[in-house]
Design a protein around this ligand. Structure first.
Ligand code: BGC
Length: 786
């Protein structure tokens, strides 16, 4: 389907080689075996109450907390599901191992008394991968992560992260895919299906509303049911429908006054009854009231409490009759139904030999295919190979492969930007020496709370006489300037709208100004590279000729960037989150990261004031300017969009709408294009965003002059809006416009129309689920309405 650049053959090779592996996935082994759930029920029937309670409560850390029946440990995993060991009765369920995370398998690279190393591949962060708009690519990355899990003996991945990028300052946005639920859902599904193709499991997380890190264990998200259903839950539902993840992890936060992990409406009624999720539900680590009342989590429908041995409290709750043995059996059975599919249960021995070389190549390709060219005035890019490049900014040495915390990966190395550029271009050595020295004297060891360790500096070299003179001579001798700007962030803290974080600091601003002045007056161009965790202010970008959003591309960041700058890979990434004109224009900027209601000095309540108007849904509906719109990204070639067509309109409850358009490469070099379908709904009883993304597709690599017809299928369920008064998802009647467009900026694009003759009720929902707390009026929370 998809014509693949030379390097991708390697990735395909990996997939094929894996298909021939001796370690067959569980589902392929015995077709006559009873379904996992029946096997699990039969096993549970043989277990004692104590054994069942051990299954429900993950072991803790440290002495005395050893997992039960651990056959083989993997250092650095985040947790375990206890096993059961009663060989005299033929019961031998091994402990299974759970490891993070979203940018690759997070295990320790070394083990006590073991000379071997256990590096894993650091992949591009979620926000970058999603910017590929390429579900096939994400599936390949997932497959490779699954292979590393299998090779290293890890059973269940604690990823992908699927929270919505509600606000650019969420410290953990880098792990997540998008401000849009469809992109989030499709990327999550692709990752899950890749991982699970290797006979290991994936855990979609954090369900739901974990959209900020400040006081994350206690923050209460207040919002209307429609807001949660249409924006924050829909991605999870798509991933469940499309890819059947083994597990889902609930979030730390509360929603409308109650911890999500204690909300039966969320865990039972929505997840299982409405969506038919059949996997296991686990807590986030030490979440909620686990120290005092873990039984409430089980009563709500959570199967597994991680970590720290909640058993004694569960036992007491059973004695008091708060919890029943039937509830314990159900949870134990749901856990075992997945455990019995795991490599550990199937007694697979880790080979500890993942193909890290092939995976590094795929990581590089994934990074390059996903980077977003935000600005390219007068064809500043691509740069001819061997161009003389003056590379500025300490971030070229201090390159970030990913964010910190559980989304980090212990990779063997990171190719920094300086080395990546040096592999393709003639790089000015004096400047390199200058920045290496600056890095060496300014790096600080950061030991964050959540494994955020490492040496880095958050400073940029200030303009002094030495740097001034380096800039002047570089502007004479070199052909182009590349300035790297970096931002780190991670779990446990949010970012701030301040200089050095969301905004450039003075040294960075002066560097951009001074380098631009010197290079422009010598008739040369300046390109800024953003090696960032998420959105930053770009109000300076008209000072420079090119801007490449590299995000954090994993261990191959420098190489992937060089591939894009040189045109070896024509950039085809597009934004999956809006870059606003400034932070104050973000609709949730007034409520993020919450307000302190109980006077303990920490925010404890966030009002989802913008309702469903998150990201481009807000900017497009309220007519607000943005710096770079959702869906936007440039290429070194041009694409023409042929007339959109309605291929079929079978919109009934189970039906769908099929659209198509032909995309032609009308430029000079080969390239790929991610086309997006935005629907403008007629005004009915529910207020609707001006446009909403309902489908997307990416072309193969198209040679100049060649074309591809893309087809977009939109199921009725995706077209529907949530009608709270009706407890239903409905499609309102009327004439709809569909824009098949290169980005969410649909100005000047001619839509195709289709009609919905009468109202369609696509599905019914649980009355009253996710209601606001008593006494809180919707109008008091959702203050922003069109
Ligand atoms: C994070 C999860 C992670 C878990 C285990 C928690 O702090 O929120 O995303 O999977 O730790 O490392």
């Amino acid at each position: 389907m998809h014509t693949i650049p030379a390097m991708t053959t390697v990735a395909l090779g990996i997939t094929l080689a894996l298909a021939g592996c001796n370690q067959a996935p569980a589902d392929a082994t015995n077709h006559n075996a009873p379904a996992p759930r029946q096997q699990a029920d039969a096993l549970v029937a043989k277990l004692t109450l104590d054994e069942k309670l051990s299954l429900l409560s993950g072991p803790g850390y440290g002495p005395g907390a050893a997992p039960i029946n651990l056959k083989h440990d993997v250092a650095g995993v985040a947790g375990y599901i206890n096993g059961v060991h009663r060989p005299q009765d033929g019961i031998d369920i091994p402990t299974i191992k759970l490891a993070d995370g979203p940018a690759g398998l997070r295990i320790n690279a070394s083990r006590d008394n073991d000379p071997a190393s256990y590096y894993a591949t650091a992949w591009p962060i979620g926000s970058l991968l999603a910017s590929s708009w390429d579900v096939d690519l994400v599936r390949q990355v997932g497959t490779a992560i699954g292979e590393e899990m299998q090779q290293y003996g890890v059973d269940l991945l604690l990823a992908p992260g699927m929270n919505i990028q509600r606000n650019p300052l969420n410290g953990r946005n880098f792990e997540y895919y998008s401000e849009d639920p469809l992109v989030t859902g499709k990327m999550g599904a692709a990752m899950v299906s890749g991982v699970q193709s290797q006979g290991v499991g994936a855990t979609i997380k954090h369900f739901f509303g974990n959209n900020s890190e400040t006081n994350r264990h206690d923050i209460d998200d207040l919002g209307e049911a429609r807001t949660f259903r249409e924006i924050y839950l829909r991605g999870f539902q798509i991933a469940i429908d499309d890819a059947h993840p083994w597990a889902i992890m609930t979030s730390y936060n509360k929603v409308n006054g109650t911890y999500v992990n204690e909300r039966r409406d969320a865990l039972q009624q929505i997840l299982r009854d409405e969506w038919h999720f059949d996997g296991l539900v686990m807590s986030d680590w030490f979440a909620g009231d686990v120290k005092t009342a873990p039984q409430r989590q089980v009563m709500a429908g959570q199967d597994l409490i991680e970590p720290g041995n909640a058993k004694p409290l569960l036992q007491e709750a059973l004695k008091r009759g708060e919890l029943s043995e039937a509830q314990i059996n159900e949870a134990a059975s749901r856990i075992l139904a997945k455990v019995i599919k795991s490599p550990s249960y199937r007694r697979q021995t880790p080979n500890n030999q993942p193909d890290l070389t092939a995976h590094a190549r795929l990581s590089r390709l994934a990074g390059a295919e996903s980077m977003v060219l935000l600005r390219n005035e007068r064809n500043a890019l691509p740069l001819a190979s061997n161009s003389r490049v003056a590379s500025f900014g300490v971030n070229q040495i201090n390159t970030y492969k990913g964010g910190t915390g559980s989304g980090d990966v212990n990779a063997a190395k990171t190719v920094n930007i300086a080395d990546g550029l040096a592999g393709r271009f003639h790089v000015n050595q004096e400047l390199q020496r200058y920045y290496r020295a600056f890095y060496a004297s300014h790096k600080v060891f950061h030991e964050g709370k959540f494994g955020a360790r490492g040496h880095y500096t958050c400073e940029e070299a200030a303009l002094d006489a030495t740097l001034e003179s380096l800039i002047s001579s570089a502007a004479q001798q070199q052909e182009v300037a590349v300035i790297s700007i970096g931002r780190q962030a991670g779990e446990g803290a949010d970012r701030t709208d301040s200089k050095g974080d969301y905004r450039l600091n003075d040294a960075e601003m002066q560097l951009i100004e001074r380098v631009s002045a010197a290079f422009h007056s010598a008739g040369k161009k300046v390109v800024v590279v953003l090696n960032v965790n998420g959105v930053i202010d770009t109000s300076w970008s008209n000072k420079v000729d090119g801007v490449v959003l590299a995000y954090m591309a994993g261990q191959e960041t420098g190489n992937a960037l060089a591939d894009v700058l040189s045109g070896a890979i024509n950039p085809s990434g597009k934004l999956t989150q809006t870059f606003p004109t400034n932070y104050a224009s973000v609709p949730s900027s007034t409520t993020f990261p919450g307000r302190d209601e109980n006077g303990d000095g920490k925010p404890d309540r966030i009002d989802y004031n913008e309702g469903i108007y998150v990201g481009y849904r807000y900017y497009s509906t309220f007519g607000k300017a943005v710096a770079y719109p959702f869906g936007f990204g440039l290429s070194y070639t041009r694409f023409d969009y042929g007339e959109p067509r309605v291929v079929s309109n079978r919109l009934d409850e189970q039906g769908n709408l099929i659209l198509s358009a032909t995309i032609t490469n009308s430029g000079q070099v080969s390239g790929r294009e991610a086309a997006q379908v935005y629907i403008a709904a007629p005004q009915g009883t529910l207020s609707k965003p001006a446009i909403e993304l309902k489908a997307f597709a990416k072309t193969a690599l198209l040679a100049p002059g060649s074309a591809e017809q893309l087809t977009f299928t939109i199921p009725a369920s995706l077209l529907a809006s949530f009608a709270p008064q009706r407890n239903a998802w409905i499609i309102e009647p009327g004439s709809y416009r569909a824009y098949i467009a290169p980005s969410s900026d649909i100005h000047g694009i001619t839509p195709v129309t289709f009609t919905v003759a009468k109202e369609l009720v696509v599905s019914h929902t649980t009355p009253g689920a996710l209601a606001l707390p008593a006494g809180v009026a919707a109008k008091a929370v959702t203050t922003l309405t069109p």
